[in-house]
Design a binder for this molecule. Structure first.
Ligand SMILES: Nc1ncnc2c1ncn2[C@@H]1O[C@H](COP(=O)(O)OP(=O)(O)OP(=O)(O)O)[C@@H](O)[C@H]1O
Length: 312
């Protein structure tokens, strides 16, 4: 379905910009993604940027994005039209995703009318609301009259309007109370099972990621670190037997990557990072000289891929 080849995304550094270009993503190559997936990484790792590349919202500065085997940006008129329909986005904050002056039914109805016309649009909206565990009552409510969890359900209902093949869910539970988080994951797992749908979930919360894996099964994990893809493979396999030193660090130290504490004993060196080197170099206890200036090529090991000279 989705294949990324040497994708880099650079921000800034234009002719009129005083700032140096920053790579949000660097040289990302994946195997074909055919299942649901988890994009894991701490803040600034490039998760959202990668999600936007997949949604066709960001044109990579370098590299090729294939959807269904077709080079998206080489065939952009046709492919972006397909992607806009088949790949939908679930944002983190459901309150920011709805117009506060319109009822939930009107907001979802707007999208229904766009795709299917006015006829029977209300019935379609109510059916969608029911498919995400809401009821007809919610059609008439304004966003502020719903809880965060209910509104996130409505957000998911709206994303389902064009009958997408993929949902890119960007931290879909992080704005919700802990008690509601699992119910949203349950809903996504349910939709995956009942529909011909895959979810690409972006998260820094390993607890949520594990729960998603156990509900959905067959979930690919993509571990990002400072714009680089460091490990790829079955998510549980990665978590149980991490190969990359960063993934090992994650497993041993933390549940929520947002709580990474850089002042712990893991830090080996404070040396300045070379842009072309491995970004984990300063913290890595397996590092060798070459890591400093050269990011390693990805190596296949038992259905996994890891970018680390330790395995070269
Ligand atoms: N529009 C932009 N202009 C300039 N820099 C950007 C832009 N969008 C993202 N970046 C930078 O690219 C890097 C990756 O950002 P991104 O939002 O993709 O990370 P993330 O893993 O999703 O982080 P978070 O979990 O904090 O959202 C960061 O250093 C960020 O500051």
């Amino acid at each position: 379905m989705i294949k990324l080849e040497k994708i880099s995304v650079k921000f800034g550094g234009g002719l009129l910009s005083r700032k140096r270009a920053v790579y949000a993503l660097r040289d990302i190559t994946t195997d074909e993604i055919t299942s649901s997936a988890l994009l894991i990484g701490e803040s600034g790792a490039g998760k959202t940027t990668l999600g936007k590349v997949i949604l066709g919202l960001i044109k990579p500065s370098e590299g090729t994005y294939y959807y269904k085997g077709i080079n998206v940006w080489k065939n952009k008129r046709k492919m972006l039209k397909i992607i806009r329909r088949e790949i939908q986005y679930i944002a983190q904050d459901p309150f920011a995703s709805f117009n506060p002056n319109k009822t939930v039914g009107e907001s979802i109805g707007y999208v229904v009318k766009k795709y299917y016309g006015r006829k029977n649009y209300k019935e379609r909206v109510i059916e969608l609301l029911k498919s995400v565990g809401l009821s007809e009552r919610e059609f008439y409510k304004y966003p502020h009259q719903l809880s965060g969890g209910q509104l996130q359900r409505a957000n998911i209902a709206r994303a389902l309007v064009p009958n997408p093949k993929i949902l890119v869910a960007d931290e879909p539970t992080s704005m919700l109370d802990a008690s509601l988080r699992l119910s949203i994951i349950n809903l996504l797992a349910n939709l995956i099972e009942k529909n011909d749908l895959k979810v690409i979930m972006i998260t820094h919360d390993l607890g949520i990621a594990k729960y998603f894996y156990h509900k959905v099964k067959n979930v690919k994990g993509l571990i990002l670190y400072k714009g680089r893809l460091v490990e790829e493979g079955d998510f549980l396999d990665i978590l149980e037997k991490p190969l990359h030193p960063y993934t090992k660090f994650l497993k041993e130290n933390i549940i929520d990557i947002a709580s990474v504490n850089r002042d712990n004993q893991y830090i080996v060196s404070e040396e300045k990072l070379n842009e072309n080197g491995c970004p984990f170099y300063p913290y890595c206890s397996f590092r060798v000289d070459i890591c400093k200036n050269n990011f390693p090529p990805s190596k296949s090991i038992n259905n996994r891929k890891v970018a680390c000279y330790h395995y070269a």
